[in-house]
Structure formats: structure tokens, C-alpha cells
Write a protein that binds this ligand. Structure first.
Ligand code: SAH
Length: 211
């Protein structure tokens, strides 16, 4: 459970249940990663920084409200959806991936951790029909593609301090893909290193696109 204390340092308001749930991620991911490689082998040792803390950067940007609904598009092994579902137990999370074996792992994690606010299904983004308050996503597609998929998936009714939209975790040179977005779009780019000054988060960004 290398660096788990960093999660508790940056989030010092967790309940006993949340602490237990975060600890329980270690065994289940280690176990499933041996069977199905959902996280790269090099990365699994760094689960708490590279995956859990990275996912929770979204919780430093926005507080999802009780009863609201959030879609994690292309969740893979459950990121950012699983850590966010632990952090926001009153919010409903739908974790979607096009690959069945990834969803199988996510469902095992959900069961092991005891999450009651997560639904995980195998779907292509293009075929989704339900509407959500927010869409979260990490390392899935360019902003233009995410925007295209999301246009029909975001509720028009607003319930949060900031307008409904997409919150994408991205790395590297994202300037070009942000430039592709239409001029009238409201886009905000935050450096994750601003929340967590660990070197891993250099060149990592949270991009918020209002829909
Ligand atoms: N978000 C995870 C996984 C990123 S890998 C993480 O950051 O760890 C990208 C994932 O997106 C893959 O699991 C892939 O199956 C999924 N994906 C890509 N295009 C998709 C689409 N059109 N619909 C659903 N899932 C998609």
C-alpha cells in the first residue's frame, strides 16, 4: 500500500468507511491485475498516487452533489470512477467501457469494496442514451471526440455551482486538441500539480468543458 498516506494527507476528511474502502482497493487490484492486466505492471505499485490520487484530483475541482449522476466514460479498470464513488457516496456513478473484461474487473472491485452507488456496464460511448450531470474521463479520447459523444448525454437542468459538463484528465501537450474546440466553448484547464505537488503530476491537467 505504498503511498496510501498521501491520499489520507490530501483528503483528511474521510470517514472510517471511506478509509477502509480505500485500503481495500490494494488487494483487489493486485489480485485482478495478475489475472487481467487492467493497470500496467509498472504502475500497480504506484496505485495510490498514479490512479487513486490522480482520480481524486476531480474532487479538488468540484463537489458532486448528493443525488446527482456522473458518467465515467472509458473507465478501464475503474478510473477515475471508483475513487470518486468512494469519495462521493451519495452520488450515482455509471462506469462504462467498451471492453467486457474491464467491466468484469470493475464489478469485482465494486463488490469487494462494497460500493452501492456504482453501476458498471459494457457499452460504447456512441450507444449511450441516459443523461448525466457530469461526465468524467481519463485518457480516452481527444476533447472534440468527448464533446461529440457528450452533447446528448448531459442534463440541461443545472444542480451544481458550476454548469454541467465534461471533466477530463489529460496529460502532455493538450494545447492542439483544446484549439480544435469551437470558439464559443467555455474551457478551463487546471494543473493537477497545483493540488498535489508530487512530480508524477507534472504535465497533467484537468480540463473542464461546459456543455
Ligand atoms: N480511464 C481508464 C482507462 C483508459 S484506457 C484509466 O485512465 O485508467 C481507455 C479506455 O477507453 C479503454 O478501456 C477503452 O476500452 C475505452 N474506450 C475507448 N473508446 C471507447 C468508446 N468509444 N466507448 C467506450 N469505451 C471506450
Amino acid at each position: 500500500m505504498k503511498h496510501i498516506e498521501k491520499v489520507f494527507f490530501y483528503f483528511n476528511d474521510l470517514s472510517e468507511t471511506q478509509i477502509t474502502q480505500i485500503k481495500s482497493l490494494w488487494d483487489v487490484y493486485l489480485d485482478w491485475n495478475d489475472k487481467i492486466n487492467v493497470i500496467s505492471r509498472k504502475d500497480i505499485e504506484e496505485l495510490y498516487i498514479r490512479h487513486v490520487l490522480h482520480s481524486l484530483s476531480i474532487a479538488k475541482f468540484i463537489q458532486f452533489r448528493p443525488g446527482s449522476s456522473v458518467l465515467d466514460l472509458g473507465t478501464g479498470g475503474g478510473f477515475p470512477g471508483i475513487p470518486l464513488a468512494i469519495y462521493f457516496p451519495e452520488t450515482n456513478f455509471h462506469l462504462v467501457d467498451g471492453t467486457a473484461k474491464k467491466i468484469r474487473v470493475v464489478n469485482e472491485v465494486v463488490k469487494h469494496v462494497g460500493l452501492e452507488n456504482v453501476l458498471a456496464t459494457q457499452n460504447r460511448a456512441e450507444e449511450l442514451k441516459t443523461k448525466y450531470d457530469f461526465i468524467v474521463t481519463r485518457a480516452v479520447a481527444k476533447m472534440m471526440k468527448l464533446r461529440e459523444w457528450s452533447s446528448k448525454l448531459i442534463k440541461t437542468e443545472q444542480t451544481h455551482a458550476m454548469p454541467n459538463g465534461i471533466i477530463a484528465l489529460k496529460g502532455g501537450n493538450i494545447g492542439p486538441e483544446l484549439k480544435e474546440l469551437p470558439k464559443g466553448d467555455f474551457v478551463e484547464k487546471q494543473s493537477i500539480i497545483k493540488y498535489f505537488p508530487e512530480s508524477h503530476f507534472e504535465e497533467k491537467y484537468l480540463v473542464y468543458l461546459q456543455m
